[in-house]
Design a protein around this ligand. Structure first.
Ligand SMILES: [Zn+2]
Length: 393
């Protein structure tokens, strides 16, 4: 079987195995994303993390305690579920169970060569989703047969539009003119959405960030010997797809040199499209977006279902308490980090540190991220420091 059909097949199989809770109803649609772990020596492919969802919360609903997810797009839920997976593998290693890691001098490294592949059922929001409508999947203009009656209007270049807005501080902005002049391509954007504006960055831009400094984030960078990069991205079949726009978004849009920063350097993604279709893909206007998100990884006995950034189904009086938190919330991932730090007696890390302070101690990661924001992206959302000040309770 083709590589990409294998990737989509095992992703759909994993999704189908999950219970119904949190999956779309008959007239609903959603996006599914997965991360597949490949161990080439064993020729083993396995879905280790999965996320679904299309929603994010507005800035007025953001929590100061790190207990509400801001961004519940499938791609982001999947990544957070993956982080939880990595913590479980690390704890497995410390508890002398079977694990993908070895520990050496308080740093965890893979004991086998491992590749990670990303799979998703929709073109990621933001820059990748801006591409001409009348081109084939490879960016070539669609052929018009001789003598074919085509209204001139249709021949005009039109593009898929996105509700993802450029950042306010960005020097460059969309022109909002006709046809392909509506959007400017290549820019960093926030996520699309109506109402209370979101501060969450589009999935295209977050995935691009992972291509530069890895998907593991600041805290895991303290524990891991090397950053974790994705090797490929596969999209499912029969959806608007454009290889050129995906290549631009992840591999080609910023030409500025990102200096090798220790072990951080730009990794390009190989782009595939499988022929298998997702059963809950958006197919027409009648379909509503499913409001909930599913978070799952290999070590979770039961997937968690999220709605508006917290556990679905919590009673009103439990909102804001521990019972409403998702395992992939900032504060719970932070708990995993501090647990490991305690287990390996990592100097300088204890419960008195705030989340923001702990992240800042990931010196190499933070300086690479700083350089990336300043020299390459030039702009990124400014989330107030106050959202980083929480402690473990
Ligand atoms: Zn998105």
């Amino acid at each position: 079987m083709d590589f990409c059909n294998k990737i989509s097949k095992i992703s759909f199989e994993q999704f189908n195995k999950l219970p119904k809770t949190g999956k779309p109803n008959k007239n609903e649609c959603t996006i599914l994303s997965t991360i597949i772990q490949e161990i080439p020596d064993l020729n083993k492919f396995e879905v280790v993390a999965l996320g679904t969802g299309t929603k994010c919360i507005g800035q007025n609903k953001m929590s100061l305690k790190g207990d509400i997810l801001n961004d519940s797009h499938a791609e982001i839920i999947c990544r957070r579920s993956f982080l939880l997976y990595i913590y479980s593998e690390i704890k497995g290693c410390l508890n002398k169970k079977e694990s993908i890691f070895n520990v050496n001098d308080s740093k965890f490294e893979f004991n086998n060569k491992v590749n990670f592949h990303f799979f998703t059922t929709h073109i990621p929001c933001g820059d990748a989703s801006i591409f001409p409508k009348n081109q084939d999947n490879f960016g070539n203009p669609l052929k018009i047969e001789k003598n074919e009656e085509v209204p001139t209007k249709k021949r005009k270049l039109d593009i898929y539009r996105t509700g993802a807005k450029c950042l306010k501080d960005s020097k460059e902005q969309d022109l909002h003119l006709d046809g392909d002049l509506y959007h400017k391509i290549g820019l960093i954007r926030t996520k699309p959405g109506r109402g209370d504006p979101t501060l969450s960055i589009s999935c295209s831009d977050k995935i691009l960030k992972w291509c530069y400094i890895g998907i593991q984030g600041a805290l895991l960078s303290i524990l891991l010997k090397n950053p974790i990069y994705l090797s490929t991205i596969t999209l499912s079949g029969n959806i608007p797809f454009n290889k050129e726009s995906l290549n631009r978004a992840f591999n080609a849009r910023f030409q500025t040199e990102f200096n090798h920063f220790n072990h951080y350097f730009k990794h390009n993604l190989i782009i595939y499209q499988s022929s298998e279709e997702f059963e809950f893909k958006k197919c027409d206007e009648k379909n509503q977006l499913c409001p909930s998100s599913i978070s799952w990884n290999k070590f979770m006995i039961k997937p968690e279902v999220a709605i508006e950034g917290i556990k679905q189904g919590v009673t009103k009086n439990k909102i804001g308490t521990k019972a409403s938190r998702l395992q992939i919330s900032k504060v719970e991932l932070f708990r995993n980090f501090l647990n490991v730090a305690e287990m390996i007696q990592l100097e300088g890390f204890n419960k008195d540190l705030s989340y923001g302070e702990a992240k800042k101690r990931s010196f190499l990661y933070e300086s690479a991220w700083c350089q990336l924001k300043c020299d390459v992206f030039k702009v990124w959302t400014q989330k107030d420091e106050k959202f980083m000040n929480f402690h473990l309770d």
